[in-house]
Design a binder for this molecule. Structure first.
Ligand code: G3I
Length: 375
């Protein structure tokens, strides 16, 4: 991050410190959300660039004491429409959500997201078609033969990708297929275990047939830098491209924690995938921090968080193949983080009342000041 930006983040964080924070409230009254259309992240994006968020719903939200955020929280929808020009389905296009029973597709919420995006001039990232997690029990415990499983996956991809043909900018076709050692998940991924690694190439081919224009991605976490896992993707994609498999993109999720350092080599890593002829994207950014339940982050934590967000975005903006930067939710009250990591939290860019954290301003500054040849 540029020194000026660090100074800005620290100053904003300091200005937001204790005097404004009610000790009884977990949502301090900070700078309110902007009123005018121009006062928004999407108003600052360079040409051809997308700033996105996951759309809250399904998954962990179903166990929380609030109604479905996307369909019932109007202030949330207003911010979603105003700030972003790209949206991702957080859970609403995953197998366990879309396919509650064999032969049954629950398309309503995903349709609503796609329609909302169209009304608000936003693109959509589809997430996800082949994953080891969030698969319904009828599928994983159904005792299907290999031939049946292959047909189930092919039908799913044809049906889902086909339904949204022409409406999805990027599909996360295959999600998290390697572990952190760069070993293919050939046990916990039902598709790879039962059908062999070749099923991954089939998934890309079926997706291309169903929507020739959607860009088809591999997506994973802990692949921001050059490491065993991103090396495994690099080798696999090289191999698939040589076989003519339609892979268009490689994306890194970007779930970061202040407990760990900022991942090194981000731009070098993105660039090597670009040299293979791929697009790249950052798809699920959040930056969590140590936080006791009900506690408020310190100004230092907020400044550090802003710096991490900004460095991720700057990394993407500085690599011409990286055209899309998505955060995994924009408001703390709906974040998956405290549900999965009970001693961490405050991972998003807005307080519960949608007022803006230093991280919001850091992202906006980066978009505004982007000397990346895109404007
Ligand atoms: O499946 C069980 C169900 O059997 C059980 O009855 C229910 C009761 O708690 O829990 C169900 O699992 C939930 C699952 O969503 C269902 O869809 C989990 O508790 C819940 O934590 C889970 O949350 C989602 C998570 O993916 C699942 O891995 C989050 O909402 C979602 O934000 C998160 O998103 C993922 C991306 O898709 C991929 N990258 C990582 C990212 C963060 O984990």
């Amino acid at each position: 991050m540029k020194p000026l930006r660090i100074a800005t983040a620290v100053l904003v964080a300091a200005a937001m410190a204790t005097p404004l924070v009610s000790s009884a409230s977990a949502t301090p009254q900070h700078q309110p959300p902007g009123q005018s259309k121009k006062d928004a992240l999407r108003a600052e994006v360079p040409k051809g660039f997308f700033i996105g968020t996951a759309v809250a719903g399904g998954g962990h939200h179903e166990d929380q004491p609030y109604p479905d955020p996307f369909s019932s929280d109007q202030p949330y929808r207003n911010v979603l429409a105003k700030e972003f020009n790209s949206v991702s389905a957080e859970n609403q296009m995953k197998w366990d959500f879309l396919r509650p029973e064999p032969g049954v597709y629950r398309f309503g919420p995903a349709d609503d997201i796609v329609a909302f995006a169209k009304r608000n001039n936003q693109v959509v990232r589809g997430h996800t078609l082949l994953w080891h997690s969030q698969n319904p029990a009828w599928l994983t415990e159904g005792g299907y033969t290999k031939a049946q499983l292959k047909q189930i996956l092919r039908d799913h991809i044809r049906t889902v990708v086909g339904r949204y043909k022409g409406k999805i900018q990027q599909w996360d076709v295959a999600n998290e297929i390697f572990d952190d050692q760069g070993v293919l998940r050939s046990q916990d991924n039902i598709w790879i275990r039962e059908l062999g690694p070749g099923i991954v190439a089939d998934a890309f081919r079926w997706a291309r047939q169903a929507d020739p224009k959607a860009k088809l991605y591999f997506n994973d976490y802990n692949v921001e830098g050059i490491n065993a896992k991103s090396n495994a993707y690099y080798a696999l994609i090289q191999d698939l491209l040589a076989q003519g498999v339609p892979v268009d993109g490689f994306s890194t999720q970007g779930h970061l924690s202040l407990r760990y350092g900022f991942p090194g080599d981000l731009t070098d890593n993105l660039r090597r995938f670009a040299r293979l002829g791929l697009e790249t994207a950052i798809t699920e950014v959040d930056v969590r921090m140590d936080l006791a339940p009900g506690a408020t982050p310190t100004p230092e934590q907020l400044a550090k968080q802003a710096e991490y967000y900004q460095r991720m975005l700057d990394g993407c903006l500085s690599v011409s193949s990286c055209n899309s930067f998505t955060i995994w939710g924009f408001v703390d009250k709906y974040s998956w983080v405290p549900v999965f990591f009970p001693s961490e939290g405050a991972a998003t860019i807005m307080w519960d009342d949608f007022s803006r954290k230093p991280a919001y301003h850091a992202l906006r500054d980066s978009l505004k000041d982007c000397y990346c040849g895109r404007k």
